[in-house]
Design a protein around this ligand. Structure first.
Ligand code: NAP
Length: 248
């Protein structure tokens, strides 16, 4: 083995594409999932065929105790002398809404998963990187929503991702002296199930053609940017947020 790759939300969409693209002999994949066990098992089967070692870890990233357990199970499963790379990807959107619909329950769920959950997952990953001096790197998955604000659609989601962009910059500064690079990606309109889960299954057929490149992106295109940021090819890249959005 030459590295450990921890991916949150690996049971579908962008996280699953990262697992499949990142699977290779020499990589130990720690594939996290929430509720979709069937989805993550399918991803794991494909990754094992590509030569990766795979460990599955379930956790609700909206619950801090679950994230602590995710850290513990990751520590037990992985070799402390290897570099650990984190793809901090799990996230949700909610129904289209305006400010009048921003109830405390909705906001607590949105920020609990997308922001607090992601920060706590990074905290666990940094502890893992420090235990054996193996070092590592982090890519946080944000959204172009963070730049656009998404008024009248989902300002809560946009704000939860804006916080992730700021967190990426601050954490990069904090960890640079240890040689740990921290970057982000901002996907645009990407073909995954997240739109249907947020109550808008037709979102991409309606607006998927609006980015300057004239089409939605694929999960694989986002995964390729993420994996590049974690590769030696990006050894001088930190504190950077890459838009993968067809110019949107
Ligand atoms: P997706 O297919 O719905 O995948 C979301 C993943 O997050 C799933 O694996 C899901 O796990 C996991 N997840 C969600 N809530 C969770 C929770 N409470 N606990 C544990 N896991 C949880 O969506 P995607 O499009 O690939 O999204 C991945 C990331 O990209 C998200 O952060 C999203 O905000 C971001 N993004 C997506 C787009 C887009 O257009 N698709 C655009 C910008 C940003 P389970 O299903 O197993 O529970």
């Amino acid at each position: 083995m030459n590295r450990t790759l921890l991916i949150t939300g690996a049971s579908s969409g962008i996280g699953a594409a990262c697992a499949i693209r990142g699977a290779a002999s020499g990589t130990h994949l720690l594939l996290h999932y929430g509720a979709n066990r069937e989805g993550v098992e399918e991803v794991a089967d494909t990754a094992r065929i590509a030569g990766a070692e795979v460990t599955l870890i379930q956790a609700d990233v909206g619950k801090s105790d679950d994230i602590t357990r995710l850290g513990r199970e990751s520590a037990e499963a992985s070799d402390p002398s290897l570099p650990l790379h984190l793809i901090n990807n799990a996230g949700v959107v909610d129904q289209t809404a305006t400010i009048a619909d921003m109830t405390p329950d909705r906001l607590h769920r949105m920020f609990g998963i997308n922001t607090i959950g992601a920060i706590l997952v990074a905290r666990e990953a940094v502890a893992l990187m420090r235990r054996g001096q193996g070092g590592g790197g982090i890519v946080n998955v944000s959204s172009t929503a963070a730049r656009k604000g998404m008024g009248g659609q989902y300002i809560d989601y946009a704000a939860s991702k804006g916080a992730i962009d700021t967190f990426t910059i601050g954490l990069a500064d904090e960890l640079a002296p240890e040689g740990i690079r921290v970057n982000g990606v901002r996907p645009g309109l990407i073909e995954t199930d997240i739109h249907a889960k947020g109550g808008e299954p037709d979102r991409l057929s309606k607006i998927g053609g609006t980015p300057p490149l004239g089409r939605p992106g694929t999960a694989q295109e986002v995964a390729d940017a993420i994996l590049w940021l974690l590769s030696d090819g990006a050894s001088y890249v930190t504190r950077t947020i890459v838009d993968v959005a067809g110019g949107r």
